[in-house]
Design a protein around this ligand. Structure first.
Ligand SMILES: Cc1cc2nc3c(=O)[nH]c(=O)nc-3n(C[C@H](O)[C@H](O)[C@H](O)COP(=O)(O)OP(=O)(O)OC[C@H]3O[C@@H](n4cnc5c(N)ncnc54)[C@H](O)[C@@H]3O)c2cc1C
Length: 493
């Protein structure tokens, strides 16, 4: 850091212009007269989506992703492919273009948002927060009148920016999924032959996306090896559809899930009940999964993944040599010219939970307060960031840090199987508090980011079938609340 320039005066310094930073800024702008300074080390808004693999899409519908003030996508259902019949899933490129529009058409024209791309926020030290321009080295002090907003907490590790934890011998062809669509161009430029065998390393959603992309590109099942250290429970995408024609799939499933949580006698029993009611899926029904990161898939995607015959289940990969993999529980050979695709980046690396609203220094340092954007509803980062902004903007209703945190308990991401009951319990407690707050409840109902609120509130008083589902949901929720402490005690034991 070298040159310094004029200090910036602002109400909120938002560190990170990914989904959470933008969803927060958008709602804060709509509900306050605050000035916001938005900073990102990347050159464009959209965070990790800027570096995502070209065939990435959302795994839940576009309809409730992004910022509150602007719809994402065309509101259509897919009529071809593995998501046919379900609402569209924005691609990474669509999400980046969308966030660019949010910045150019909503945030900047307000005259209350300062945008600092290619800049890093530094917070330590007696001088307080500073913004370093990564291209010029210039540093600007920032005088923050209200709060620093940390919009990095939920930032995922992605294939393009991740370093594999296994050893790789020289001569091994190891790529990120990002390289696959460009293989032909790469081979033409280098003269290297195109691969004829593909080894997908990893058990999560990126690995599934990659295997499905290879199948879609015509690669025969036999030419794919899937290195799968563990199995995952997956959310059935039909249960996430936020539209009236899916009421019984979506809200009906919520009622079923509550009943399953209310009746479960153990953790395994809980997951099996959630599978039995169609909420969860697994690729291999003969194996009990040991991971649940809320990856969301269609039944057609699961069916396609089940056709893969070469699945290596020898634990985590330790060492790669051309044509040979040393894994924790043994060795597996593949064709010598196979290409390996690293899908081992963990999108949901564990981080310690913090209160969302934090007081600043009451001492002479006068350090501003902080907001650390985390989940208040699982697994909804965009909705969570917007809801936190709404609470922050309404000082008259939530006058201090304690009152704000009382509305926004941090929902822990279930990094282990045992963590899920606690995530559900905290999420339900938040929902119960929100339900008692008329103005907040109305904001949520009107919010495009709340997938199901409007669906539930729009049931006609004479629609007995839907009313029966709502009654079942209410009874199930009470049973679930009663049983969750038992499940948590058994799980966390
Ligand atoms: C493949 C994939 C699919 C997903 N699908 C869905 C879905 O369907 N529905 C859903 O709700 N969620 C989905 N998610 C999760 C979610 O959308 C977000 O990706 C997640 O919450 C992270 O967003 P973020 O803004 O917190 O982080 P990021 O996108 O990582 O943004 C954080 C930004 O902060 C910047 N930054 C970091 N440090 C500094 C600093 N010191 N100064 C300045 N800038 C800094 C980084 O450069 C980055 O751009 C998906 C995630 C992945 C990986």
């Amino acid at each position: 850091m070298n040159r310094t320039s004029t200090p910036i005066d602002t109400d909120y310094l938002v560190v990170g212009a990914g989904t959470t930073g933008l969803a927060f800024a958008d709602t804060l702008l709509a509900h306050s007269g605050a000035h916001i300074t938005l900073v990102d080390t990347r050159g464009k808004p959209g965070g990790h989506w800027n570096d995502a693999y070209p065939f990435v899409t959302l795994h839940q519908p576009s309809a409730f992703y992004g910022v509150n003030s602007l719809a994402l996508g065309s509101g259509r259902k897919d009529n071809a492919g593995l998501n046919a019949g379900l609402y569209e899933l924005a691609t990474g490129a669509e999400i980046c273009a969308y966030f660019d529009r949010v910045l150019q058409h909503t945030l900047l024209p307000s005259g209350r948002v300062g945008w600092h791309p290619m800049c890093r926020v530094h917070e330590g030290g007696p001088e307080g927060p500073r913004i370093e321009n990564l291209l010029t080295g210039a540093v600007q002090k920032v005088h923050v009148r209200r709060k620093i907003v940390d919009a990095r907490y939920l930032s995922p590790v992605i294939p393009a920016t991740h370093k594999p934890r296994f050893e790789v011998e020289p001569g091994v062809r190891l790529v990120a999924p990002n390289a696959l669509p460009r293989l032909a161009q790469g081979a033409a430029a280098s003269g290297a032959p195109l691969p004829r065998h593909f080894v997908v390393i990893g058990a999560g959603k990126t690995a599934m996306d990659t295997a499905l992309w290879l199948l879609g590109a015509g690669v025969p099942q036999q030419a794919i090896t899937w290195v799968k250290p563990r199995d995952a429970w997956l959310v059935n995408r039909i249960t996430t559809q936020p539209a009236p024609e899916f009421f019984f799939d979506a809200i009906g499933s919520q009622a079923d899930q509550m009943a399953a949580i209310g009746a479960a006698t153990s953790l395994d029993d809980l997951y099996l009940r959630l599978e039995a009611c169609g909420a969860l899926l697994r690729v291999d029904t003969g194996r009990m999964p040991t991971m649940f990161h809320l990856a969301t898939v269609s039944t057609a995607e699961v069916a396609a993944l089940r056709t893969l015959p070469n699945v290596v289940r020898l634990g985590h990969l330790l060492h790669l040599a051309p044509g040979r993999m040393q894994l924790a529980d043994g060795v597996a050979d593949v064709p010598a010219d196979a290409i390996f695709i690293d899908c081992t980046a963990s999108a949901v690396a564990p981080r310690p939970l913090q209160p969302i609203f934090q007081d600043g220094g009451a001492d002479v340092s006068g350090a501003p307060g902080r907001i650390v954007l985390q989940l208040v509803r699982l697994p909804q980062p965009a909705f969570s960031a917007a809801a936190i902004a709404y609470i922050e903007a309404h000082d008259e209703a939530y006058p201090d840090t304690a009152a704000k945190n009382a509305m926004c308990a941090t929902v822990p991401f279930p990094h282990t199987m045992a963590g899920y009951p606690r995530s559900v319990a905290v999420g339900m407690q938040n929902q119960a508090r929100w339900g008692q707050d008329k103005a907040l409840r109305q904001w949520m109902r009107d919010s495009r980011l709340d997938g199901f609120g409007r669906l539930m509130s729009q049931v006609a008083p004479d629609d007995s079938a839907k009313l029966a589902v709502l009654a079942r949901y209410k009874a199930g929720a009470m049973a679930a609340m009663a049983n969750l402490p038992r499940l948590m005690a058994a799980a966390e034991g």
